[in-house]
Ligand binder design. Structure first.
Ligand SMILES: [Zn+2]
Length: 157
């Protein structure tokens, strides 16, 4: 009987499928879109947004099944502010995870909140065009785009 276990340490989650009698033993299982959205809402609670009052949370799923969370972190020097999805991406990359499969983004508006242009460019460095961007609206539910839809013809050095 497989046991789906979410291990949380710090702001990083890892989902694994444990089944001693299965050939899937030790393999990392994918989480559902709903789970990723829920984790993004949890991350939003950590937002530091005293200036805009607009809190954002993100949950980023890497190719190897790890989830990194992020929130927006504003600064009185506005240009120093960092978006939620970039916070999550920086955490992932700084821990050696450079391939992203999906990113869920939610906000205090409870309406679809799209990644800004800088984040779209930033994510394109670590995410293929078919990588999923999950957005949530309290009335409409989950909307899924690919990164390629939101950011075609990315700048590549
Ligand atoms: Zn952004």
């Amino acid at each position: 009987m497989p046991i789906l276990s979410a291990l949380q340490y710090g702001c990083m989650y890892e989902l694994k499928l444990y089944d001693s009698n299965s050939d899937r033993k030790g393999k990392v299982d994918n989480m559902t879109d709903n789970e990723l959205i829920e984790i993004a809402y949890e991350a939003e609670k950590m937002a530091y947004a005293p200036y805009s009052k607009f809190s954002v949370g993100a949950a980023l799923l890497t190719d190897d099944g790890k989830v990194y969370t992020g929130c927006n972190v504003e600064n009185s020097s506005f240009g120093a502010s960092v978006c939620a999805e970039r916070t999550a991406a920086l955490k992932a990359v700084s821990e050696g995870n450079r391939r992203f499969k999906a990113v869920a983004i939610v906000s205090s508006s409870k309406e679809y909140t799209y990644p800004c242009g800088i984040c779209r460019q930033f994510l394109s460095e670590f995410m293929k065009e078919d990588g999923k961007i999950l957005l949530h609206d309290k009335d409409e539910g989950i909307k899924i785009h690919t990164l390629g839809e939101l950011f075609p013809e990315a700048f590549i050095l």
